[in-house]
Design a binder for this molecule. Structure first.
Ligand code: NAD
Length: 499
């Protein structure tokens, strides 16, 4: 049995006596086991990070950037290997897995420009003989705790920026698909990074708690479900750390009567069912405005859903693959049952789907609900599966209120040809990332990713300048070099002003 250990210092090391199974979701078989590390394993990694980080931070940013350039080249050259490994543990189709790696690489590409973004600000002559300048210094040691659904992109969101600004990083991947984060860290060493700057510790809650309580870890970035995100945020902050903790989502797609329905149906098919709906930027709720729009949309969605091809994750013709575990499939099925019990109309039922030759795989057909109401629990909570819910609204205002009042505020999309309505919507909606005729508005790497409300706890988004701000401390220096003439020395007992 293949064992996934930890990457501490310069290579793979064993740690912890407990292990957890890693499945191949397409076959349902256990393909490997991951070691669940202990606080002692974390201590080892932190000691090495502490030893390596000061010299890394003192390395000039252009040299750090050169390693990021080389890393980008190396990861690109291993794209096929990484995408296949990712797909075999996660279940997303290989083309989608390549996208997962590529979106992470976009952040590495951003990090290649780190000398430019770390330049700071400077004011000459802020007062008599006085100059002011600011600099951004690394936090020291950072940690990233990541979810199962983007095992390449999300670790790279975090360490891409953090190591480039001069931190040492320790990644704690999801137990369900840790192999790609391990390979990504190995490739960073191969790119020429010093040992101890990027390490991976595997584990579960015990390891997460050890990270949150470790006195030498200064910053923690978390992505996962909201209850855990909230817990991580509170515990980390209580321990004096800087914490950003991204949580779950329930993204809405608003369809105005003037929208291009063909485009909407095409976009919804991918955004609701792609990656089996296991994306925090998926679009699992569609809100048609007006009865006619709703009826037309429902009619048009049916043949599109009929055409969807569910397949094993390495089938190049499959639109989406299995969900990540049997346990998760049961969870999604339970939400479908809840929806039915609450009185929503189950128009297409994806439960009980079986793939010939892969009967033990964790497959689910697509499901479609209509007449879902805002007070239903199945609407309020995240389902995270191939399930699309239609919530009918009578007016623009009613449609705008739905995502704005929802507990989650990650992403939202509006489909319309009306520029004024779209602009109004983008201004007023209480959600962090907005798409206008764009179903999955994940910001590009040099902008920043971040939801609102229970989709994110903390103050900074991921990557782009928000990422740089999160992973650095701002220091501002006010300097003067007196020449003995006494200028600026008058009245030392009042608060200094620059007048
Ligand atoms: P999860 O919350 O189960 O796990 C995330 C991480 O937390 C993992 O590393 C896991 O080991 C750890 N963890 C699990 N239980 C814990 C506990 N009790 N105490 C401490 N740590 C614990 O999430 P998941 O199922 O891996 O990922 C899916 C979730 O992530 C969805 O809710 C999805 O919306 C969310 N997500 C959010 C974003 C975003 O940017 N907002 C992006 C991707 C995924």
């Amino acid at each position: 049995m293949r064992i996934v250990e930890h990457l501490i210092g310069g290579g793979r090391v064993s740690g912890g006596t407990r292990k957890k199974d890693i499945f191949n979701p397409s076959t349902g078989e256990v393909q490997a086991q991951v070691e669940l590390g202990t606080p002692a394993d974390l201590d080892r990694a932190v000691e090495l990070a502490k030893a390596a980080q000061p010299a890394w931070a003192a390395t000039n940013p252009q040299k750090r950037a050169r390693i990021m350039f080389e890393y980008k080249r190396l990861v690109e050259s291993r794209m096929d290997e990484l995408a296949e490994l990712l797909s075999s543990e996660h279940g997303k189709v290989v083309a989608d897995a390549r996208g997962d790696v590529q979106r992470g690489l976009d952040v590495i590409e951003f990090a290649c420009g780190i000398p430019h973004v770390l330049k700071g600000e400077y004011t000459q002559g802020a007062g008599p003989g006085i100059d002011v300048y600011s600099m951004r210094q690394p936090l020291g040691i950072g940690a990233g705790i990541t979810p199962f659904n983007f095992p390449a992109m999300i670790p790279m969101w975090m360490f891409g920026v953090s190591v480039a600004v001069g931190n040492a990083m320790i990644i704690k991947p999801s137990e369900r698909d840790p192999s790609v984060p391990m390979r990504l860290a190995e490739l960073f060493l191969e790119a020429g990074a010093p040992e101890g700057i990027l390490q991976v510790v595997n584990g579960d809650k015990e390891m997460v708690d050890a990270i949150l309580d470790h006195p030498d870890i200064s910053g923690v970035s978390f992505v996962g479900s909201s209850d855990i995100a909230h817990y991580v945020y509170k515990r980390g902050v209580e321990n004096g750390k800087r914490v950003q903790a991204m949580g779950g989502a329930k993204n809405h797609g608003i369809v105005l009567p003037d929208a291009d329905l063909d485009q909407v149906v095409n976009d919804l098919s991918g955004a609701a069912f792609g990656s089996a709906g296991e994306r925090c930027m998926a679009l699992p709720v569609v809100v048609p405005v007006g009865e006619q729009t709703a009826n037309e949309l429902r009619e048009a969605m049916l043949p599109a859903i009929e055409k969807l091809r569910v397949g094993v994750s390495n089938d190049p013709d499959a639109d989406y693959g299995p969900v990540v575990t049997a346990e998760h499939r049961t969870r999604v099925e339970n939400w479908i049952k809840t929806g039915v019990d609450e009185g929503a109309e189950l128009v297409v039922d994806g439960r009980g789907f079986s793939m010939q030759g892969h009967e033990k795989g964790f497959f689910m057909g697509p499901s479609l609900f209509d007449h879902v109401k805002p007070e239903m629990q199945s609407y309020k909570e995240e389902i995270f599966g191939p399930v699309l819910q239609i919530v009918r609204a009578e007016s623009f205002e009613e449609a705008l209120a739905l995502p704005s009042k929802h507990q989650y505020g990650n992403g939202v999309a509006i489909f319309t040809r009306n520029g004024h309505a779209a602009r109004e919507f983008a201004q007023r909606v209480d959600v962090g990332m907005v798409g206008i005729n764009v179903p999955i508005p994940v910001p590009v790497a040099y902008h920043s990713f971040g939801g609102w409300k229970r989709s994110a706890f903390g103050d900074h988004g991921q990557h782009g300048m928000e990422g740089v701000r999160f992973w650095t401390k701002l220091k501002t220096v006010t300097q003067r070099w007196p020449d003995g003439s006494g200028v600026g020395d008058e009245n030392v007992f009042v608060i200094p002003t620059m007048g």
